[in-house]
Design a protein around this ligand. Structure first.
Ligand SMILES: [Zn+2]
Length: 388
């Protein structure tokens, strides 16, 4: 059976850039866009052109330099937004306009102050208007996970009729549970009569730490596009992290065997480091996949096991995401074997007797400093070698 492609829609430059304190200039955004293309993302959401002249400029610039990925601009369901988005992506090889409108009772009543009928009309008019400029239009019923089901199915059907070819189901406030969100995606697939004319997309936020779990559940239930960001940056607690979703698909091919994707995982660490550096948002040490500690093993038993066979404690080889090698942190939990091994990687062979001599000194240093650097270990070894 032919595999089904999961499209990666990266919104680092739009939702990610909405992270407090992450504002980036046009030049930085263009650098990130180039890296995203190298990473192999299918769609780059480059910005929200009506939001500011800088945002407009960034989308326009990125549209001019990207060859393979689609370049998408966000717009509220308002003519001035759609016209601005259309103008910003008009130079793109593969342009897309993403139109959104809130559909949950709380948003319609308190934010839009509109009835259901008015919201449906506005959505249909907006998709139609966007289609006049671009034949690739995505529609998002904002706050979909808190929208009344029947109303949601109805507005999706009409948006597809109006010309939307991607339907995004945002869990805007990060409220959904995985099983619940998966069931919602499945219901959209079952209950919207013309759904085969559109790709279902998921867009999950991490307020309860479930963005990646929800996205994977969506994929299992019929979503064929995932919206995500590098390092999981984004509004509030952030968006689903691209690197975590792709490495889950990759590492658990047995569980996700019906799917394929076009991400070059070896570009993950470069992408992560670039986004962290240019956005100023540092990655927490223990973050899955890209945190500094993600491949660092410190327990002695683990280090010993890894040296004998990598797969004892490592489910992903660091090379797969573009890292050089696993980092065994040398500290007070490390055993003699790990020390010998590290020294050997620097071309220093030590005897059993020398290892016995180094070990207490190493332990004393580790007790004081928590982590013993390669330089410090080399200095210890040289001291011992010259003594013996
Ligand atoms: Zn969002």
């Amino acid at each position: 059976m032919a595999k089904q492609k999961i499209m990666f829609f990266d919104t680092t430059l739009r939702d990610g850039e909405q992270s407090p304190g992450a504002s980036m200039n046009v030049e930085k955004k263009a650098r990130i866009a180039r890296q995203l293309e190298k990473l192999g993302v299918d769609v780059i959401e480059a910005g929200f052109p009506i939001a500011s002249p800088g945002d407009f400029q960034a989308v326009k610039e990125i549209s001019g330099i990207i060859e393979k990925s689609e370049v998408c601009a966000l717009a509220r369901s308002l003519p001035k937004d759609i016209q601005s988005a259309a103008k910003a992506v008009e130079g793109a090889k593969k342009p897309r306009i993403h139109v959104f409108l809130a559909t949950s009772p709380i948003h319609m009543q308190f934010k839009l102050c509109k009835s259901k009928g008015e919201v449906v009309k506005q959505a249909v008019d907006s998709v139609k208007l966007a289609r006049q400029y671009c034949n690739n239009v995505e529609f998002s019923p904002e706050d979909a996970s808190r929208t009344e089901k029947e109303f949601l199915f109805d507005i999706i059907e009409r948006a597809i009729d109006a010309g939307a070819s991607t339907i995004n189901i945002p869990d805007t406030v990060g409220y959904a549970m995985p099983a619940e969100y998966g069931a919602l995606i499945r219901k959209v697939r079952e209950r919207v009569p013309n759904i085969e004319n559109a790709v279902i997309s998921c867009h999950c936020h991490n307020d309860l730490g479930l963005a990646v779990a929800n996205s994977l559940e969506a994929v299992k239930n019929g979503a064929r596009q995932v919206e995500c960001t590098i390092n999981g940056i984004g509004e509030r607690a952030g968006n689903a992290a691209l690197e975590e979703i792709v490495m889950a698909l990759q590492t658990r091919k047995d569980f996700f065997q019906e799917f394929e994707h076009s991400i070059n995982t070896r570009e993950i660490i470069n992408s992560s480091r670039m986004v962290s550096e240019l956005s100023g948002l540092f990655v927490q040490r223990n973050k899955a996949i890209v945190g500094k500690n993600a491949f660092a093993h410190s327990a002695g038993i683990h280090q010993d096991g890894l040296i004998k066979k990598k797969s004892t404690y490592e489910i992903i080889s660091p090379q797969e995401i573009g890292l050089e090698e696993t980092e065994l942190v040398l500290g007070k939990h490390s055993g003699k074997h790990a020390i010998k091994n590290r020294l050997e990687s620097f071309g220093i062979k030590i005897t059993e007797q020398e290892a016995e001599a180094i070990f207490p000194k190493f332990k004393a240093m580790a007790d004081e400093k928590k982590e013993v650097s390669n330089e410090e270990l080399l200095a210890l070894a040289k001291g011992i070698k010259s003594l013996i």
